[in-house]
Design a protein around this ligand. Sequence first.
Ligand code: HAM
Length: 429
Amino acid sequence: MIQKPKGTYDVFDIQGKKIQYLEKLFACLMEKYNYEYMRTPLFESSELFHRGVGDSTDIVTKETYDFIDRGNRNMTLRPEGTAGIVRSFIENKMYGRASSPVKCWYTGPMYRYERPQSGRYREFYQMGVEVFGSPDPIMDAEIISIPVQFFRLLGLKGIKVHLNSLGDQESRKNYKKALLEYFEPHIETLCEDCKNRYQKNPLRILDCKIDKDKDVLRNAPKLKDYLNEESKKHYEAVKKYLEALQIPYIEDPNLVRGLDYYTHTVFEVEANVEGFGSQNVLCGGGRYDGLVETLGGPKTPGVGFALGMERLLTALEYEKIDIIKNQEIDIYVIPLEETIKPYALEITTSLRMNGFITDIDMMNRNIKSNFKQADRLQTKYVILIGSEETKTKTLTIKNNQTKQEYKIKEEQLIQFFDQNIEEDIHETI
Ligand code: HAM
């Protein structure tokens, strides 16, 4: 038997409903925040990620799915969404819009060749947001507030926001110099990867999973001591806005994030599930004021985040939050004879088009097993259609819970269900 690739998974049954619910809720929330939907290709030129995400990151050096296409081009399955969105922002000259900032959201699969483990897949889904054009710290706060409000809407408790500032390019340059000087006498004690990182981007050493508990890392200079006045001002303002939004945060001076494009604010949102480890990180993001320029566009500030769908689902399961409260359907249609089927199908379609979740027997069941099927589907109402009903255009409707029966004229059918079936508002907002 051919099996699915390692680190991937299939979606079916209740999981499919949950995912659709989360995507719908997120889309709904994004509408309220006035963000536009964007979609970019699953694969891009490899160079985009080398320049965008960074040559010294684990993502680019160890985790990309690279291939050469039949036209001999180097291509990469996207390991994250930001670089592609920035490419599209530049290519489609979205910076020319009068209605700045450009605020967009996206969802879709990402690919990283990581060691599969719980909460870590090779194909995983993100929902994310990117904003271009606003350098104001209020924008950073709005970005942080989106996943927090989303998680709150879902009922997740114990959400923690970890916050840090990497400062602007000048602060980063000064800090990089300090790190190079600090690590120089310790190079030999670092792991092989960190020796490379020392050459390419010493900031990455702070994010090393192997060396992270060594004293040499713990005692390294702290970024906050190298922030210039402007960076400090920006960071303080972000914190003030978060306080106004009543979003508690934990300042984490070691939070550098695994991608190279960040400036100023970086953040991660964690769930609080015991034994979850790094899986607790549901979401990460930050500001990237240099990325549009690095990728060939005009100097444009940017800020965004992405959250991991799989980790969110697991956190919801651990907290026993059942997002699919209502699995029942509204109406189940039973044609009693072969010749009735075209009319029954017509009625079914009309009900669906009027907003009712409707199903019809497609298995030629007898009446008894059709009622069993109606119970399995947890339908609210059953419509029985026989030759009499077809002739008189009067339908027999049965409330599947109370078993009460009604005779309703076809033209009053929609009105009847409008009155008797409460609108099932899945959308919490
Ligand atoms: P990231 O931190 O690499 O950031 O990923 C964001 C989220 O995706 C993580 O917090 C996690 O929930 C999920 N995730 C990452 N890798 C995996 C994996 N292998 N399996 C399952 N879930 C995973 C970014 O991707 C940035 N593009 C975020 C961003 C947007 N920054 C600015 N704008």
